[in-house]
Design a protein around this ligand. Sequence first.
Ligand code: AMP
Ligand code: ZN
Length: 490
Amino acid sequence: MELFNTLGDKIEKLEPVGAPELRMYCCGPTVYDYGHIGNFRTFLHVDVLRRFLRQQGMAVKFVMNVTDVDDKIIRNAAAVGKSIAEYTKKYEHAFFEDSDALGIERPEVVARATDSIPDMVTLIEKLASEDIAYRAEDGSWYFRIARFPEYGKLSRKDFEGIEDGARVDVDEYEKDAARDFALWKACKPGEQSWNTALGCGRPGWHIECSAMAMKYLGQSLDLHCGGEDLMFPHHENEIAQSESATGKPFVRHWMHVRFLLVEGRKMSKSEGNFYTLRDLLLKGYRASAIRFLLISVPYRHQMNFTFESLTESTNAIDRLRTFHQRMLKGGLADGLDEAIAAVTAKTETDYTAALADDLNTANARAAIFELVRAANSAADAGTLRAGNVKEILRVLDLFDGVFAVLKDNDATITRAALTWAETEGRLGEASSELVTKLSLSDEDIDALVAERTQAKKSRNFARADAIRNDLLAKGILIEDSKDGVRWRRK
Ligand code: AMP
Ligand code: ZN
């Protein structure tokens, strides 16, 4: 497959070099709060890429870090009087719960920053031994960027006339300044710190990713991913640290996901357009529709999230699932509709070509909907044959191996979100319709449906009707058919 490479600014073939598997790293979440839909846009596209590569027969080893110590975490943990470990545990757990809900597959390795402090110290010591890292008066250690002439090669910034020794000690800083950045921050009273050969302190953010990527994937890796904001300074700094230490290219292929806008603007709490996954679940939107929407716009395109587009995404999923059910139902005459067979084959080719072309998820999606449209009309017209269905189901499975939206876990996920909201005292934010609709579990419904069947058998029609109406009021439809009774949530 071909993927845009930020390093060199061009589309290039993505392949493993020097190892049987593609070695892939992604900057993971900073676990100081719940993940927002912008974060998940990035993690979802990384998931789509990984699923597609595997579908194409490539072995992939994927490592993601969890930043569980940084300026914000220290500040927030102190504000609520907790240790950073206690504070971050909750948000790390929530992050993986949300990732699961969105169908994001777990990495082969999840690496917590606080579990790799010795590796970071070793890396800084190596840089210090060549005077590329130096110690400031307060005991902090800095990276001397004047010693890395290629600084700026990823973001293609020209740092001509770098001011040697100008320093910055915050993790994120102005986008146009080249400054010696902190590798190790000297301990301060009340802050979590580690006693190491570098003195007492804690790691800077950038060194974390260099140390952990190389620890698990070796000195040169194939692919490194993250949101576009990380290109500078974070990824530029990762390159400087790693390449100065090893003398080898750190990463061959860099993938950056463009930022998500919400209702046309940068998402921010003060603007009132900031949404976590949980916010949207409590409003009654389905996890599958959120996944589908966030992956449907190709990763290098500007994406603008709106509630209108989320509703459209919900409808699109309904259409796909209904079509899938229709194909599973069977009962068609033997034989083959040649025209539909041709559309099915073309869909498979178009779908694969789209994703192989810099992960064009929009075109892959369009190819599948073309098949849905054509096969539905053939089925309506009575020309669809059993021979077509087998192939159609195979192509749908292929699509779903990457898009992962056909299986309906939505009600279970939303129920879990409601339980969480209850423990956090946030149930008031949930739409009342949703609370009514999900007040019954699948087992409760099964039991009521069984009771209704029994009532009908014993000719207690009043009771049977009452159960049916109660369920209907909670958004549950009972369907009687020759194969028995089925129910579904509206
Ligand atoms: P953080 O937890 O802030 O370190 O961010 C985790 C990931 O989400 C990083 O790869 C960020 O670049 C990415 N990210 C943050 N905000 C957005 C956004 N609005 N759109 C897309 N990706 C984002
Ligand atoms: Zn990183």
